[in-house]
Ligand binder design. Sequence first.
Ligand code: GP9
Ligand code: MN
Length: 427
Amino acid sequence: DSNDITKVEEYTDAKYAEPNEKYFGKGEGKNIIKIHLESFQSFLIDYKLNGEEVTPFLNDLVHDQEKGFTYFDNFFHQTEQGKTADAELITDTSLYGLPQGSAFVTKGNNTYQGLPAILEQQQGYTSSVFHGDGKSFWNRDEVYKHLGINEFYHEDYYDMSEENVINYGLKDKPFFEQSMPYLEDMEQPFYAHMMTLTHHHPYLIDEEDASIEPAETGDGSVDRYFQTARYLDESLEQFFNDLKEKGLYEDSIIMIYGDHYGISDNHNRAMKEITGEEITPLKNAELQRVPFMIKVPGVESEGINHEYTGQIDVMPTLLHILGIDASDYIQFGTDMFSEDHKEFVPFRNGNFMTDEYSYVDGKYYDNETKEVIKEPTEEMKKMEDQVVKELELSDEVLYGDLLRFYTPNEEWEPVDTDNYFYGGPDE
Ligand code: GP9
Ligand code: MN
């Protein structure tokens, strides 16, 4: 009931981090293009296979500051069984996914105060999701209404002929190409979420789409992982060129993020070959880094930012960039650019990473020496308790549908799901 939400609010208020003046409001009213890199782990950045870069286009965005992107090299995914759906939920609500199952499916009819709805109500944004798969996968066609997503371009909007499709759905190159006219037609300012798909387990790729050779560990998924990553990288380059051609590049906020790991710990033998290191529990946790990079027009790139951050921090960061006070909303993350951003990143299983030490499966490790810390400090134990508490409070919000009882500010209007319909181009 409303007592429970008060408890949550006390926690998120205490955690709130003030905006950084350098960013606050700098992106107000600008189009936002959010690009989802399916199953992309950060170890791919700068990785060389047979002496060749796997993702030259992304590497260039990371290293060439002229391109305007700030890259967070200590950004982690925080997903569990909900995989892609968890990443969507976390980045658009700043709530955690559930310990089991997918909140998109089991809590798809909850009340949410999602980023798309807030942007529409505060600054007149329209929002859309682009994804070349069936609309009901992960219950998207229901939960998107509650998030306030205006348009959902799903497989009915795309040419899904055989040559355009592999594995789960539309290949990334035709996906971006065919999305362009819809994107151009959107009323501005828009918040557009482009969700790629080809770089997905088991990393199938047609011969004509593979520009590099597979790795040679003998583990097929790991070996092909590099080929589909390269294909994704090429599809991004094509998309950026199209955006430039259509005048949608320069003045847009562009954000790129990875949704979750692609190589599970069933592949540790092959990953030892790839990384040159034994995949210990700590190493496995370290491999949960996924890329996050963002370009805000008019704000110079910081190059590589080493702050420890996670998907939970994305929404408050974006709100502040647009000049919207994130403290009004129930959010478990904090602005990544803030001086008071809290440097601990909970994983859904209670493990967490900080800038100095990591807590993995009941043990603390020193980040530098990789050694177990035999006598954890009081401060470390407090952190462990805080992570448990944070995850529990977030769960209470979802299990109790507590946002029903919360009014963020005077302007907030609960989302009316009757206003949303994702039938298809002809309906
Ligand atoms: C399905 C796609 C993949 O539409 O988003 O989901 P995942 O298996 O990564 O959760
Ligand atoms: Mn995914």
